[in-house]
Design a protein around this ligand. Structure first.
Ligand code: 6U4
Ligand code: NA
Ligand code: NA
Length: 160
């Protein structure tokens, strides 16, 4: 239990489409987002990413690959959140709705991503996530009153 809270966030792809979900409860309720959650003690971050995808929409990711680290500092949370962002190139199984997420497919292009229904930081890092040359990225985003993005920094990095 260190000085940051470790979480995962995963965007699952199939062909020209992306599987996202509308979060039904808890932190970020109502937002469209990837699948993810807290890394459990003794679990690797990649294993947590795969587990959270399965728990939240029932599919098993294939080709899971880490693309970024985003740190979120909230003025109303005790610790910053360190969110490890993954993509999966495909999945097995059929997505279904769970208590936590209602899955939905979107075209895998920037214009089709519903940024008005997402966390305020997403519009900044999604362009890097969707770029064909798959850069790695690191970002720091400071929020006030949970949802108001006050300032941010984002850069491409050589390694995570
Ligand atoms: P419980 O219900 O306690 O098991 P758990 O599923 O472990 O929760 P949850 O759902 O609270 O964790 O995790 C929050 C999710 O929201 C993670 O996938 C990270 C993501 N997230 C948090 N802040 C975000 C932000 N500013 N922008 C974003 N995703 C964010 O795009
Ligand atoms: Na979650
Ligand atoms: Na969890």
């Amino acid at each position: 239990d260190g000085d940051v809270k470790l979480l995962t966030l995963a965007v699952v792809r199939r062909g020209g489409r992306l599987l996202l979900g509308r979060k039904k409860r808890g932190f970020g309720e109502g937002y469209v987002n990837g699948f993810g959650g807290k890394v459990e003690p003794g679990e690797t971050i990649a294993a947590a990413a795969a587990r959270e995808i399965r728990e939240e929409c029932g599919v098993t990711p294939l080709g899971l690959c880490q693309r970024g680290i985003l740190t979120f500092a909230f003025d109303d949370q005790p610790r910053p959140w360190e969110v490890h962002v993954f993509t999966a190139s495909d999945f097995t199984g059929e997505p279904y709705e769970t208590d936590e997420m209602a899955p939905e497919f979107f075209e895998a292009k920037l214009e089709a991503i519903p940024f008005d229904k997402m966390w305020a930081d997403d519009r900044y890092w999604w362009p890097l996530l969707l770029r064909a040359d798959e850069p790695l990225f690191a970002g720091l985003f400071a929020f006030e009153r949970t949802h108001e993005l006050r300032w941010w920094r984002l850069q491409e990095v050589a390694a995570l």
